[in-house]
Design a protein around this ligand. Structure first.
Ligand code: GLN
Length: 197
């Protein structure tokens, strides 16, 4: 079983290190042939408008949409969450997402770089103590459609983590704080989906 990390841009190394530490075989994905052999995929944080352009340039956008549609487990953090959203608000002109999550996200919803912040979140689906979450120019899930489920909200009630079938998205970055429960939760989905078997 190999888990891919989309490695066109952003903090893919941190995700690869987290997945390796949990015992996964990790493949950095930059080409459709690499996507074709993974059992799950992480889309990292970074800059969603750049990631959007690069996925199209590298011929990955359509294969990614097809894989999401076919049920490939995918976990997106921050820019990765934006890539998985059906609707992106405040995108740059012409920005597209892959879609898959029945949500609308607003980019940079907490303000600019200086508005980055850390907080503790209750995430009932993970069990255990609160998640220490780091938000960096983070998006917020502005609406959650009937097919998606909110997993966590910040103190003012805004949604920052969702799941839908084999897809998970978080506005924040567990990969940079050593918080491994989201990746474990994702790996459970990868194992039970058995996408390539
Ligand atoms: N603001 C970035 C975007 O719009 C996301 C930031 C991040 O991934 N840390 O894509």
């Amino acid at each position: 079983m190999a888990v891919g990390v989309l490695a066109l841009q952003g903090d893919f190394r941190e995700h690869a290190a987290m997945l390796s530490s949990l015992g996964s075989e990790v493949l950095l994905v930059r080409r459709p042939e690499e996507l074709a052999v993974v059992d799950g995929l992480v889309i990292p944080g970074g800059e969603s408008s750049v990631m959007d352009k690069l996925t199209r340039l590298f011929g990955l956008a359509e294969p990614l949409r097809a894989a999401v549609g076919a049920g490939l487990p995918v976990y997106g953090t921050c820019a990765g969450l934006i890539m998985l959203a059906d609707t992106v608000l405040d995108g740059i002109s012409g920005q597209q997402s892959l879609g898959g999550l029945d949500i609308s996200v607003r980019r940079n919803a907490f303000g600019s770089q200086t508005a980055s912040f850390e907080t503790d979140l209750d995430v009932p689906v993970l069990g255990g103590p609160p998640v220490h979450a780091v938000f960096i120019r983070a998006p917020v899930v502005e609406s959650v459609g009937p097919n998606a489920t909110a997993l966590a909200t910040v103190a003012d009630g805004r949604c920052v983590a969702v799941e839908q079938g084999n897809l998970i998205g978080t506005s924040f970055h567990p990969e940079i704080t050593g918080e491994h429960r989201f990746h474990e939760y994702f790996l459970q989905k990868v194992r039970s989906a058995g996408f390539r078997s």
